[in-house]
Ligand binder design. Structure first.
Ligand code: NOJ
Length: 472
């Protein structure tokens, strides 16, 4: 009996509780994952490396932003962060102790091309060669993201300039050529909505701009174009068989009640509200609803752009955290979103509303809408207050969060969706962007005064999940 059938049977037996309670007790609930499921952890260069002037690294938008008074909580910067640039061997030992077989990391573009383009910096390339070789020696397969928000400051106009997309493709192809003898999976960019909208519309992230709608749409276009051109460039430079995808934080709409009408509403909301990002990438066009809504503010598109943006992917990776709730509605859109209510459970970051169902529905929505060959969860995790008691960090709230989300990913796997791996955010506490070091997402506690790393209760839980290859 396969896993799916077991779960079905469990439900069937549950329905027959009154008639045959003894059968319910005997019903096996299989919480295991497929044997080749890739359990991993995720981090990103600017959030952990520090060493911002070491070995020829060029300045980035986040160096400038974090050094601008008032931009980051406590005026924190990534200057030192977790000092992983020097302590990567220790961090790989943490991964090994957990038993993960996979690790998602990002490359700092400005360590490779300090000016964003031009002459490569051998010392920067050497650093990532050392990290990757050490991971492989520890039996851990690296999944490499080319851009996780640290943009070389020297690129004129940043993401407002179309040339940045072209420079990104050149850099991504160059690095894939250097690494694809050992790295089999590359992600182009991380979280389109964050480095475009939060940086250029809301102004809460680098470069801290509040641009008008037409310019925001143009920045979004350059973001998806950078992704698409990089897919082509990685394929042109990497070893045959290298897999390319994206790590996106698609906004997911969860049906308030699992009925066909609410599910259809959630699907429509997911497709339309991600029209400028994942929908454009998966469909190779801006859908009519988006173009009609934006009118004269729609992005200026050049010949060939949409074909590049729609380049076929080997996998889609999703960062899944907070849900949006949606219901069917009689109005012209056919759906209505339900605003988060003050009493909704949240983790330590105010935006991190807890709604484990988004894990299942995120995977299902993307699968039903666009049928990707393979899906990964490139990030999932939670901030928590993490009190330290006699050297112990018993983050029971993070364990609760993770257990519930992983349970919903299990449901997606059991339903047959092609989810092949999970990267927990994050291996350790790190620089949480505008929140600086005030929000901790790690399953290892970092004392930033001493750089000591201590496993939290959640690390013990995750280790057990990996050991059993099952939800614990
Ligand atoms: C998504 C981002 O990719 C990552 O950099 C960030 O730290 C986590 N979410 C938590 O906010």
């Amino acid at each position: 009996m396969n896993r799916r059938d077991m779960i079905r049977n469990g439900l069937t037996l549950g329905a027959g509780l009154a008639a045959a309670p003894q059968r319910l007790l005997a019903a096996p609930v299989d919480l295991s994952f497929p044997a080749d499921f890739a359990w991993g952890c995720a981090t990103a260069s600017y959030q952990i490396e520090g060493a911002v002037t070491a070995d020829g690294r060029g300045a980035t938008n986040w160096d400038v932003f974090s050094h601008t008074p008032g931009r980051v909580a406590n005026s924190d910067t990534g200057d030192v962060a977790c000092d992983s640039y020097h302590r990567y061997a220790e961090d790989i030992a943490l991964l090994k102790a957990l038993g993960v077989k996979s690790y998602r990391m990002s490359i700092a573009w400005s360590r490779i091309f300090p000016e964003g383009r031009g002459k490569p910096n051998a010392k920067g390339i050497d650093y990532y060669n050392r990290v990757i070789d050490a991971l492989l020696a520890a039996g851990i397969q690296p999944y490499v993201t080319m851009f996780h928000w640290d943009l070389p400051q020297a690129l004129p106009g940043g993401w407002q300039n179309r040339n940045t997309a072209l420079a990104f493709a050149d850099y991504a192809g160059f690095m894939a050529g250097k690494l694809s003898d050992r790295v089999h999976d590359f992600m182009t960019v991380n979280e389109l909505r964050c480095f475009t909208d939060i940086g250029h519309q809301e102004g809460r992230h680098a470069p801290g701009l509040k641009l008008p709608p037409a310019q925001v749409n143009q920045v979004r276009h350059h973001g998806v174009l950078a992704h698409g051109l990089a897919v082509q460039s990685i394929r042109a430079h990497a070893k045959a068989g290298t897999k390319v995808g994206i790590a996106d934080n698609t906004t997911f709409y969860v049906p308030v009640i699992e009925t066909p009408e609410h599910i259809a509403a959630a699907k429509k909301a997911t497709r339309e509200n991600n029209a400028m990002f994942l929908t454009a990438i998966m469909e190779g066009r801006y859908i009519d609803e988006y173009l009609a809504q934006e009118g004269a503010n729609a992005p200026k598109v050049q010949a060939g752009d949409m074909a590049a943006i729609g380049s076929p992917l080997d996998f889609v990776a999703l960062n899944i955290y907070a849900p949006e709730w949606v219901r069917a509605d009689a109005g012209p859109k056919g759906y209505a979103t339900i605003p988060h209510i003050a009493s909704s459970p949240r983790m330590a970051s105010p935006w991190l509303v807890v709604g484990p169902e988004v894990a299942y529905w995120g995977v299902r929505m993307v699968s039903e809408l666009w049928k990707p060959k393979v899906l990964y969860i490139s990030e999932n995790g939670a901030s928590a207050d993490d009190p330290v008691n006699d050297g112990r960090i018993d983050d029971a709230d993070r364990v609760m969060y993770l257990r519930n989300y992983v349970g919903q990913f299990h449901r997606a796997v059991a339903d047959g969706y092609p989810l092949k791996g999970y990267f927990l955010w994050s291996l350790m506490d790190n620089f949480e962007w505008a929140d600086g070091y005030t929000k901790r997402f790690g399953i290892h506690y970092v004392d930033f005064a001493t750089q000591k790393r201590t496993p939290k209760l959640s690390a013990a839980w995750y280790k057990e999940v990996i050991r059993r290859n099952a939800l614990v």
